[in-house]
Design a protein around this ligand. Structure first.
Ligand code: SF4
Length: 378
């Protein structure tokens, strides 16, 4: 079933590694919330009357929204879309915003899943990342969230910085498991895009990310998370049984989704659209009722390549029967014949191909070797 993603493009301060679209100037927040509500109305037919199984507030920092703004957005979605009774409503929250009153209010507004940006428990690393919270605030945030009635809590962690060793990373993971959370999203630090870290790196004031260390930390993550009872269901995502993220899983399964707000993407089964990546241009375009997004129609080739890229990252994998059904026999044969390229990194159970533990280190590279190019189809 489809979902809605809302991009809240504001942050209190810029994290040194971040490549997302956001502004630290919150002056236009109310105007932007009104524009998002207008976009909800303008795009009410995008998902063809299908019920929503998930609503995801991402960003940026959704927890810069006050409760009235959150309620307004949820109320507007409810006016134009039918929402499943048990739909997942996720809200990304930064630990510094975890005031108990606020948490209770967003729970009452209908948010039933929190994604908390903990990132690290090392104070020096948090400062280097320019995060706006301390390790203690992260711990308090999870406790306050539970006290406010949240029973589905995910935390974000970053690994691979020069502040970490395998020992400190395992200690971080142990502290996270002690928090009794249901889901972990953990990403390898990358130096890319326009941000402070890239800037320092280009001036040779920051070293490259140590890929060997990153690989060690990823192995430690897989080992510790499995020991703690988490399922590794997507390269960067781990959950306790029954707590797979509905929103992200829908995305990996190729479901339709509507992305609202500046820089948000949407997919309706045959085309992707990309909203303009500027708060000012977005607000102006929405007010004029046009020109806030660009569309790219996907070819069968694009769809097949996306299928391979996303499915290979998951533990439900690529299904030969499904590839034949979705894209035809030629695509299935191409996929099957090229599996030998990475035989040592793949597992096959009947028609299902997944990555083995070693292969999980090279997911995107392996997928790209199974991509079909236009020349190969001729
Ligand atoms: S990491 Fe999150 S909080 Fe930090 S700047 Fe990026 S979007 Fe904002």
């Amino acid at each position: 079933m489809p979902g809605i993603y809302l991009h809240i493009p504001f942050c209190r301060q810029a994290c040194s590694y971040c490549d997302f679209h956001f502004s630290v100037n919150l002056e236009k927040k109310t105007t932007l919330v009104n524009a998002i509500c207008k976009e909800i109305e303008l795009r009410k037919d995008y998902l063809e009357d299908r019920k929503l199984s998930s609503i995801y507030f991402g960003g940026g920092t959704p927890s810069v929204l006050n409760v009235e703004e959150l309620n307004k957005i949820l109320y507007t979605i409810g006016e134009y879309f039918e929402i499943e009774k048990n739909a997942e409503v996720t809200f990304e929250l930064n630990p510094e915003d975890a005031d108990p009153v606020y948490l209770r209010a967003i729970r009452s507004a209908g948010v039933n899943r929190l994604s908390i940006g903990i990132q690290s428990f090392d104070e020096d690393e948090l400062k280097w990342m320019n995060r706006a919270h301390t390790a203690q605030q992260s711990v308090d945030c999870v406790k306050n969230a539970r006290a406010a009635g949240f029973t589905n809590i995910s935390v974000d962690l970053i690994y691979g910085s020069r502040f970490q060793s395998e020992k400190t990373w395992r200690q971080t993971l142990s502290r996270v498991f002690d928090l009794n959370i249901q889901h972990i999203s953990s990403y390898n630090l990358t130096i890319e895009g326009k941000n402070k870290l890239s800037d320092l790196f280009s001036k040779k004031q920051e070293p490259e990310v140590d890929t060997e260390l990153s690989a060690q930390l990823f192995d430690a993550l897989m080992e510790e998370a499995t020991k703690a009872g988490f399922e590794h269901y997507e390269i960067s995502n781990f959950c306790r049984p029954g707590f797979m993220a509905v929103h992200n899983s829908n995305y990996w399964r190729g479901e339709q989704y509507l992305g609202l707000g500046p820089s948000a993407h949407s997919y309706n089964g045959f085309a992707r659209s990309f909203n303009v990546k500027s708060n000012t241009k977005y607000i102006q375009a929405i007010e004029n009722g046009k020109g806030f997004s660009e569309e790219e129609v996907l070819t069968e080739l694009d769809k097949y390549n996306e299928y391979v890229l996303t499915r290979l990252r998951t533990n439900w994998g690529c299904d030969l029967v499904e590839i034949a059904e979705l894209f035809g026999h030629k695509f299935k044969e191409y996929f099957r014949k090229n599996l030998y390229l990475h035989e040592q990194y793949l597992e096959r159970k009947g028609n299902i191909i997944t990555l083995n533990q070693k292969g999980k280190h090279f997911a995107d590279g392996i997928a790209s070797d199974l991509f079909l190019t236009s020349e190969a189809t001729e």
